[in-house]
Design a protein around this ligand. Structure first.
Ligand SMILES: CC(C)(COP(=O)(O)OP(=O)(O)OC[C@H]1O[C@@H](n2cnc3c(N)ncnc32)[C@H](O)[C@@H]1OP(=O)(O)O)[C@@H](O)C(=O)NCCC(=O)NCCS
Length: 175
């Protein structure tokens, strides 16, 4: 049985291991730890997927900032990182995590999610090219990999601005 739930104290090492295995390195592990220890962490939006009691997947949404000259800075969400154990990829776990996380984020009242990731994967969850929607980012990212999704009706109308990732992401890379 696959169960999705928010992370709990004691899950840290299992989450790190899934990320290590999925990404083949420590960068995402460091980013997760840095976010968890920061003001940008949202405990309800760090979700694990458990299969028969073992953590096989993880997704984290955290606070980032949207800056525009004509209005105060806004807090929006970043989806990053997400990982599913390579042994059990392509079985819908990643999709279930994205959908559950976006649903919870919507419930919590968040408006916009930004992801930098696989252009073939995220559009199925409603993500669109962010630059086409008026967002920009001070980072060299291909147009098709820089994506945004709205969580509330009309959330992507009259939006846009400069996306600023939070300092914990400086710990490593974004993908
Ligand atoms: C991306 C990832 C989280 C997806 O998890 P998953 O449980 O395998 O996903 P699902 O089973 O819900 O969906 C599988 C789909 O993801 C696609 N996918 C998986 N890895 C992909 C990749 N590197 N690039 C593009 N698409 C990818 C598969 O092709 C499949 O597409 P299809 O449904 O059209 O056949 C997982 O493959 C993973 O951990 N990859 C390594 C880490 C990573 O790249 N994280 C995301 C950073 S943006």
């Amino acid at each position: 049985m696959l169960e999705l739930r928010p992370e709990r104290p004691g899950d840290e090492e299992a989450i790190a291991e899934v990320n290590r295995r999925a990404f083949g390195g420590e960068e995402e592990v460091g980013i997760i730890a840095a976010i968890r220890g920061s003001e940008y962490f949202i405990p309800e939006l760090s979700l694990v997927a458990e299969l028969d009691g073992r953590i096989i997947g993880h997704i984290m949404f955290s606070i980032i900032t949207l800056v525009r000259l004509d209005r105060p800075a806004e807090k929006i969400l970043s989806l990053a990182p997400m990982a599913v154990d390579p042994e059990v990829q392509n079985r819908g776990t990643g999709s279930a995590l994205v959908q559950a996380g976006m649903e919870k984020a919507r419930e919590l009242g968040h408006t916009v999610v930004i992801v930098i990731g696989h252009p073939e994967y995220y559009p199925r969850f409603g993500f669109k090219q962010a630059r086409m929607l008026g967002f920009d980012i001070e980072m060299e990212v291909p147009d098709e990999a820089f994506m945004a999704a709205g969580l509330q009706p009309d959330a992507l109308q009259d939006v846009g601005g400069m996306v600023q990732f939070s300092p914990p992401f400086d710990t490593g890379t974004l993908d």
